[in-house]
Design a protein around this ligand. Structure first.
Ligand code: FAD
Length: 391
């Protein structure tokens, strides 16, 4: 990264950090939460307005709608992640961030105008409908098991199926729905709410940072005009792959920021609390946990920077983002766990944000591909490469 480019991103990141630390963190105890503890839209809208005034709303996308490079984005999103509320305030949160990226890359002018621009302004939120309920034998780790259908009827598509774990479906204004046509997977952009898309239930989950929770929805005879098809019929997995690597990596960036904060809180505790005649940090067991955290946080940062650099070359970075997702989610889990441990009983309470970060990172080991699925895909690639090298 050139000095001037680095300077541009560093300046934005510094503004985001001040905003999150000074303005957002005091809202962490705000009682405006939904049934499973996620911030309400009222709270998020208030935070977005504060971000707008501070000049840090959608900070990774510039006024001319160009996107920071992935390496630059890493600096900015990490700072927005210092609080679980930070990405919501700054409009860098999933799934909107990944949906904006996808629409920016492959949306038609019509789709950009109608759906991307309001998302960039932070005036609405979106959901990505891909996974399906296990009880239906639908798409989960294996997206090719997709059961939701899209049938072309003269001048419009008709979509039917059920979806599971759809983050933010409840309360979203825009949906990107994946379904299977005769030609293969398709992605449709639709307005929400739509009476054809019904939320069946919103399970209570281990995490609670994302507004609307993770809904199970039923889609019955959803009518979609052809101009709402993203790209061509049958190309849905190709377009989803455009979103895949950057979206995976942006989770890594935000949760790295959160774990840096957890470490700060654990360090503060370990320096202020005594046991057996000395401060906790002077006990080798505690000091070593904090030292291991420092090492893991640096590993995560470097892995993100490496993968971001690969995406910046214009490749899909499928294997690289799998490696980064596994490495970062697993090492951040270790960091969050050690922070809880260092803080004793306090680490388990909601007196600090550490317990929430622990729960959020646990969920991150599942979404955007569970660790085992990435390892399995990498193992298949290793076999393919070996066969090619010995052919
Ligand atoms: C908090 C959260 C938010 C989510 N948000 C969204 C969203 O907005 N939109 C959306 O479409 N989906 C979303 N998901 C769904 C998520 O993408 C799926 O949970 C994930 O793909 C795994 O699918 P599954 O839950 O059906 O697990 P399953 O497919 O049932 O897999 C269960 C376990 O089997 C193991 N496994 C599977 N395949 C292999 C393999 N090849 N080798 C070894 N082990 C394997 C893994 O350990 C895996 O965890 C979300 C999930 C969570 C938890």
């Amino acid at each position: 990264m050139s000095e001037s480019t680095f300077g541009r991103a560093a300046a934005i990141a510094a503004k985001v950090e001040s905003f999150v630390r000074d303005v957002v963190i005091p809202f962490e105890k705000d009682p405006r939460r939904d049934h499973h503890g996620a911030p309400t839209d009222e709270l998020v809208d208030e935070l977005k307005e504060l971000a707008r005034r501070a000049g840090v709303l959608t900070p990774h996308i510039l006024d001319d709608h160009t996107h920071l490079t992935q390496r630059e984005t890493a600096l900015v999103l990490q700072k927005s992640g210092l609080s679980p509320l930070g990405p919501l305030a700054c409009n860098t949160a999933a799934p909107d961030e990944g949906n904006m990226y996808l629409l920016g890359k492959v949306g038609s002018d019509f789709l950009k105008q109608r759906y991307l621009h309001p998302l960039l302004r932070g005036s609405c939120r979106s959901a990505f409908f891909m996974s399906e309920p296990a009880e239906d034998g639908g798409a989960g780790s294996d997206p090719s098991m997709m059961k939701t259908t899209a049938v072309l009827k003269s001048d419009h598509w008709v979509v039917n199926g059920r979806k599971a774990f759809i983050t933010g479906a409840q309360g979203a204004q825009i949906g990107i729905v994946m379904a299977k046509s005769d030609a293969g997977a398709c992605l449709f952009i639709v307005d929400l709410p739509d009476p054809a898309i019904q939320v069946e239930r919103i399970p209570k989950t281990i995490d609670n940072s994302m507004p609307g929770g993770h809904a199970t929805v039923k889609i019955t005879d959803l009518r979609v005009g052809p101009e709402h098809l993203l790209g061509r019929s049958g190309e849905g997995f190709t377009y989803a792959q455009v979103r895949l690597a950057p979206a995976r990596l942006s989770h890594c960036m935000r949760w790295l920021g959160a774990c840096i904060r957890a470490q700060e809180i654990a360090v503060h505790y370990a320096n202020g609390r005594e046991a057996f005649g000395k401060t906790l940090i002077d006990h080798e067991g505690v000091g070593f946990m904090l030292a291991e955290n420092t090492i893991d946080l640096k590993l995560a940062e470097l892995m993100i920077d490496w993968c971001a650099g690969v995406i910046d070359t214009g490749t899909l970075a499928i294997a690289e983002s799998s490696m980064a997702k596994v490495a970062v989610s697993e090492c951040l889990m270790r960091v969050a766990d050690r922070c809880v441990q260092v803080m004793g009983g306090t680490g388990l309470t909601d007196d600090t944000v550490v317990e929430q970060i622990y729960r959020e990172v646990r969920a991150f080991r599942i979404y955007d591909g569970p660790t085992e699925v990435h390892k399995w895909a990498l193992a298949k690639k290793i076999k393919r490469d070996w066969k090619a090298s010995t052919a």
